[in-house]
Every structure is written in C-alpha cells, then in structure tokens.
Design a protein around this ligand. Structure first.
Ligand code: NAP
Length: 451
C-alpha cells in the first residue's frame, strides 16, 4: 500500500487525491486529505461568491471524490504547527502533497492604506463566506460609496456583492451577520478601478457581463476612458488580443450605450487610474482614494500623466491578487510566493525532496479558474506515481490517525463534516432560508461533534 497525505481539500487537493486513487498503474494507493478547517472544499466553500450557485455546485463532484472508500477526509488538522510538523507528517506517510493555496492578500504599498475602512477583498470575501478566521465584521451602515481597486474576478465578485440587494442575497448561504450588514448598508455607488485599460482587465467575460444584469443597479463605464485603450479604438489592435480580452472590450463598448435608469445603486467601471494615496477624514476613517490618470506606454503597461483625481469612498477594498504563505518546514520562493518545484516535486536547494510534492496555487501562483487545477494536480500526481516504487519501500509506523490523535489533534472525519452540513441546513430552515453557513470555530466544532 502507498499511503499519501494531501494537505488542503480545495480543488487542487481533491483533484490530486482523485488522480492518485483512480489510476491503474500503481495499485493500493490510499489518500488522507487533511484540512486545517473542519470543512472541506477550500476556496469553493470559502472563496467562490455565494451568489454563484453554479460554481458552488462543484462541491457535489468534489464530494463524490472525498466519499471514495480509498480516500479519508480529516478536517481540523493543522500542518506546520508544533503538533504536526511537515517533517513528522512525512514520517507518517510515504508521500505528502501540499495543496495549501495562496492565503494572503497583497498590499498596495501606498500611504493611507492602514486607515479604518480600508480592507483587503480577501478579508471581505472571508467574512461574507463565513470563514471561521474572518475578521469580526464590516460596518456598512455609514458607507455610501465604495471603491474596489483591481480588475480581476475577485474585484468583480466583491463589487457585485456590495451592489446586490438583500432579497437576492437572502437566497444564498451567506451567514446572518454578513447578510444583515449588507442589507442595512447605505451603499449607493461602487467604483471598480483598474490601473490599466479595458483590454487588460483580468476578469472573464461571463463575470463582467453579469455586472450589467443586477436588479436595481445601473452599470456604467466612461466612453473617454475606454477610448484611451488602443484595442478599443483600433480594430486591428483588437484583433490581436486573446479572445477573452476582445470579448471584454465588446461588452464594455455595449455599456457605453446604456442609459442610466436612476436605479437605487450604481456600479462604475473606471480605467487608467493608478492608486497613489488613500485619503482620510478628520475622524481617522477613509474618505476617498487619490488616483493618478495613466496612459498606455505602448509596451502593455501604463505611464502616469501627472494629473490626479480623488474618488469619494467610505469603504475601500483592495483586490490586487493573492499571495502564497510560507509553510514552516517547506522551502519557499518569496519573490513568486510559491514552493519551488519541478513537475510538482518539491525542490530543496535545487534537488527533488523525497516524498514531498505541491499542486494548485502554492505550486503555480494564484492564477486560473477552478478547472486549471485539474491538469496541475494531474502533473503532480504523475510525478508522485513515477516515484511510488521507491517511496513505498519505507515501513510506516501504523495508521496515521492514531499518531495525529496521540499528538493532541482532534481530527474531524467525514461524518463530522456531514453533521456540520446538516446543522447548516437546519439553521437555514429555522431562519426561513436555505442552508446557512456557521461562521465560527466553536459552532463548527460543536456541529461536527453532533452537539
Ligand atoms: P488577478 O486576476 O490577478 O487580478 C488582480 C488585479 O489587481 C489586476 O487587475 C491587476 O492589475 C490589479 N493590480 C495588481 N496590483 C495592483 C496595484 N498595485 N494597483 C492597482 N491594481 C493592481 O487576481 P484576483 O482577482 O485576486 O483573482 C485570483 C484568481 O482567482 C484569478 O485567476 C481569477 O480568475 C480567479 N477567480 C475566478 C473567479 C471566477 O471564475 N468567477 C472568481 C474569483 C477569482 P494589472 O493587470 O495591471 O496588474
């Protein structure tokens, strides 16, 4: 038998486990999927926006993998801490695949970023997704205008959630405190601001289009900002773009014809504005963001023009990408925010470390959609399977679950997760909603224990 630990139960971890048990070349592979949280699915549960039901439904296929009899889910197991070091984990298993994602947000590095009312989009997403480590809460009652900095799909998600009305949000599994705060928010304006042009947005077209379909929301762009993009004005430049960027430009072009309907809320997509300072009011809270207008520099980047614009905001979300976090005991490339690897094999000082592998964002950086993790995890699993003969020769100390318990850990097994799911479903029924997420550690652990 080849015993493998996969650390992280998001898409890359589940796809890695699936590939390892469903292949035919190496028989008898058994996989324990460990997660720091008592709940599986990683960013599918705690990152995909609650109103994106279709993507959320991917949980169904991840679930059927985790229910495979050759796979065992063990939640509430933190790797890299004192109780379970990476070295100890490798003693308990023939191989370990780290699929720990990229947990940290990136900073803008501009003055004023520390002001009250400035947050990372990651923190905001964690809060409305009921992540048990999320910050306490977002006071939104006094917020009339919000600025979202960045032009990726996360920026689109948080912009949409800020602008959506409470009746739509009630249909999701959003936890009650976040739903209440968003329902009571005074938000009328959300500006999503990109430092480059519309043809360089990182968002996908489906997500972009959705912004113009929200009930009670006017979605606008400024024609003169679009016109500054060579790919907007010149059909030949547009034709040279990747299809997604070309489609994005066409969607935005259509929006210039939108006539505002005096809806309750407005989303404005702004382009060619580089954030230079977060502005504060006399109360020490954020009051706006100062941007410098930019122009294309002809090499895909932008140059500042020396002309500035202040945009009012009582809430600022920076959504400028995720970053990997070093896991104690594993090598880390700080510049890339990833673990150095060759085809998924962890490299220590340039040489493949026996039995250690990576997949997903910690391997390739925070890019791509959920499906991108499938080939990424497959590559890693293939490397591991090629090494299987040598790895399996080592005698293991016994069932790793006993060792985890002996180390003082209290793993939540699959039935514990099912109990959490059942508790979230009853919570939803009691509130006249569908399933509603439990947002705190004590609540999750009590539910897992059937209390
Ligand atoms: P992202 O796609 O990398 O976008 C980051 C954005 O931040 C870019 O527009 C970037 O602009 C901007 N930015 C970076 N540094 C900046 C700075 N100093 N000042 C101003 N803007 C700055 O990251 P993400 O939105 O966090 O998404 C991460 C990954 O998750 C992506 O692969 C995304 O597709 C995926 N995701 C997918 C979905 C979905 O499929 N529905 C939902 C959420 C996330 P530049 O381009 O100019 O650098």
């Amino acid at each position: 038998m080849l015993r493998v630990a996969v650390v992280g139960s998001g898409p890359s971890g589940v796809y890695a486990a699936q590939t390892l048990v469903q292949q035919r070349e190496v028989p008898g592979v058994r996989v324990d999927v460990l997660d720091r949280l008592p709940c599986p699915y990683g960013l599918v549960r705690y990152g995909v926006a609650p109103d994106h039901e279709k993507i959320k439904s991917l949980q169904g296929s991840l679930r059927s993998v985790l229910e495979d009899e050759r796979i065992r889910f063990l939640g509430n197991v933190e790797v890299g801490g004192e109780a379970l070091t990476t070295g100890r984990l490798l003693e308990l298993y023939h191989a370990v695949v780290y699929c720990v994602g990229a947990a940290r947000d990136r900073m803008l590095g501009i003055p004023g970023e520390e002001l009250a009312g400035v947050h990372s989009a990651t923190a905001f997403v964690s809060w409305y997704s009921a992540h048990p480590d999320a910050a306490a809460g977002f006071g939104l009652t006094d917020v009339r205008s919000a600025v979202v900095i960045g032009a990726g799909n996360v920026a689109v998600d948080v912009t949409r959630i800020l602008a959506r009305g409470a009746p739509e949000l009630r249909l999701t599994d959003m936890p009650e405190p976040a739903l209440g705060a968003l329902a009571a928010s005074g938000i009328r304006e959300v500006a999503m601001v990109a430092r480059r042009g519309p043809s360089q947005g990182k968002f996908t077209t489906k997500e972009l289009r959705e912004l113009a379909t929200l009930s009670g929301v006017d979605t606008t762009v400024l024609a003169d900002e679009l016109a500054r993009d060579p790919a907007y004005a010149d059909p030949a430049a547009a034709a040279a773009l990747p299809a997604v960027n070309r489609r994005n430009v066409e969607v935005l072009r259509d929006w210039t014809a939108h006539r505002p309907h005096a809806q309750a809320r407005r989303i404005t997509l702004r382009f060619f504005l580089r954030p230079v300072e977060v502005l504060g009011g006399a109360d020490g809270r954020v009051s706006g963001v100062r941007f410098e207008h930019t122009v294309p520099d002809g090499r895909g980047g932008v140059a500042g023009t020396g002309s500035f614009e202040d945009v009012d905001a009582q809430l600022v979300l920076r959504s400028v990408g995720y970053q990997g976090v070093p896991l104690p005991g594993l090598p880390f490339d700080a510049a890339r925010g990833t673990v150095p690897h060759a085809a998924g094999r962890v490299l220590r000082e340039g040489r493949a470390s026996v039995g250690e592998y990576v997949a997903g964002w910690i391997k390739r950086g925070p890019t791509g959609v959920i499906g991108t993790n499938r080939p990424c995890a497959k590559e890693t699993a293939s490397s591991l399977l090629q090494d299987a003969g040598a790895l399996a020769r080592r005698e293991l100390p016994g069932d790793p679950l006993d060792a985890l318990r002996a180390a003082g850990l209290a793993p939540v097994p699959w039935p514990g997760w099912l109990a959490i799911e059942a508790a979230e479903s009853s919570l939803g029924s009691s509130l006249g909603r569908r399933s509603v997420k439990i947002p705190d550690w004590p609540g999750l652990l009590a539910a897992a224990a059937g209390e």
